[in-house]
Design a protein around this ligand. Structure first.
Ligand code: ADP
Ligand code: MG
Length: 338
């Protein structure tokens, strides 16, 4: 084939393939946008495991009528101006890609009213084609509706797992964000059934109880550790409470859920010989690091990060974990490397 520049349509769908892998990835991007907009309350409605409908409404800043078309354009963002800014990211979003990507593979609409604005506005995008912006009523804040996800990419539909798996992914994701933002009220509805409701009162143990049950939530140990402006807090399991895999080890860095094998390994190693072979701790850990020490621009879905000084972060995690284990559990300190 001769070399040709891809049409915008095809380019968007390729980009969407990286950002929008499954319904839970749509939920993640929309939640992050709501949190970036300063929402105090976020409602999520899911129908048909996210294939029929994903609706996220928030009471955040909203989008002005004049900017609504831009919000769904590719590489359009209010969060970043220069490449230099990439190393001081304090928002969850920055790529300006999510809404355009999601809109290119769904029937998509936004209804929004900016704080203090008298009227709101509405835009519809179908398979990437945006209609003109219209005026609309509605409360301050933003409601994004994603219907018929992947209706125009049947190949992608075939890769989706069983409904119960996709639903579980969404539950897990929203619960984790609720944990990271306990001051925000979250409500999640799946096919008109509430699967998560948090109060926004800041109490993380209450949310942990919804994720793991009251008994486990009660047993988890609190971690709190500070090293030169790098901060670790959260919850880890005592040595008696273990899992058969690493899946219940969750890390947030500067409010962002990340998957990091080295961080997970650092945490597991902190338990050293205290766990039986093949058993793993359960943990929900929040790291607050100077933004310039974390490169978040390494993964399209922003799920992985790179550290400027990885060793420092790993030892923060290990020392914090050890300290918490020693402080709470009646284990002899022998065998714990310093
Ligand atoms: P990014 O979050 O990387 O900037 P997005 O495509 O997710 O890119 O969103 C584009 C822009 O639309 C954002 O920069 C923001 O200005 C606006 N926006 C999106 N969602 C919301 C929301 N829920 N509330 C207010 N503004 C939003
Ligand atoms: Mg975003």
């Amino acid at each position: 084939m001769p070399i040709q520049i891809l049409s915008d349509d095809v380019a968007s769908q390729i980009a969407a393939g990286e950002v929008v892998e499954r319904p839970a990835s749509v939920v993640k991007e929309l939640l992050e946008n709501s949190l970036d907009a300063g929402a105090r309350s976020i409602n999520i409605r899911i129908e048909g495991a996210g294939q029929r409908l994903i609706e996220v409404s928030d009471d955040g800043d909203g989008i002005s009528q004049g900017e609504l078309t831009l919000a769904v354009a590719r590489h359009a963002t209010s969060k970043l101006r220069t490449a230099e800014d990439l190393f001081h990211i304090t928002t969850l979003g920055f790529r300006g890609e999510a809404l355009a990507s999601i809109a290119s593979v769904s029937r998509f609409s936004i209804t929004t009213r900016r704080t203090g604005a008298e009227v709101g506005s509405h835009i519809r995008v179908e398979g990437g084609a945006a209609r003109p912006v219209e005026g609309a009523g509605g409360p301050e804040g933003t409601e994004v509706r994603v219907e018929d996800l992947f209706f125009n990419v049947p190949a992608r539909l075939k890769f989706l797992k069983h409904d119960s798996t996709e639903r579980g992914q969404i539950d897990g994701l929203v619960t984790r964000y609720a944990l990271a933002y306990p001051q925000v009220r979250f409500q999640l509805w799946q096919d008109n059934r509430a699967t998560l409701k948090t109060s926004g009162n800041g109490d993380r143990r209450e949310i942990l109880a919804q994720l793991y049950g009251i008994e486990i939530a009660r047993q988890l140990l609190e971690v709190n550790s500070d090293e030169d402006g790098r901060h670790m807090n959260g919850f880890i399991s005592p040595v008696a409470l273990t899992r058969s895999n690493r899946r219940d080890i969750t890390f947030f860095i500067n409010g962002r859920w990340v998957q990091s094998v080295p961080l997970t390994t650092a945490l597991v190693q902190a338990y050293h010989t205290l766990l039986m072979v093949g058993r793993f701790p359960l943990a929900v850990v929040f790291l607050n690091l100077p933004p310039e020490e974390v490169d978040v621009n390494v993964h399209p879905a922003k799920a992985e990060v790179r550290f400027r000084e990885p060793e420092r972060i790993f030892s923060l995690v290990q020392r914090g974990t050890r300290r918490a284990l020693l402080a709470y559990s009646p284990v002899p300190s022998i065998g714990l490397p310093q």
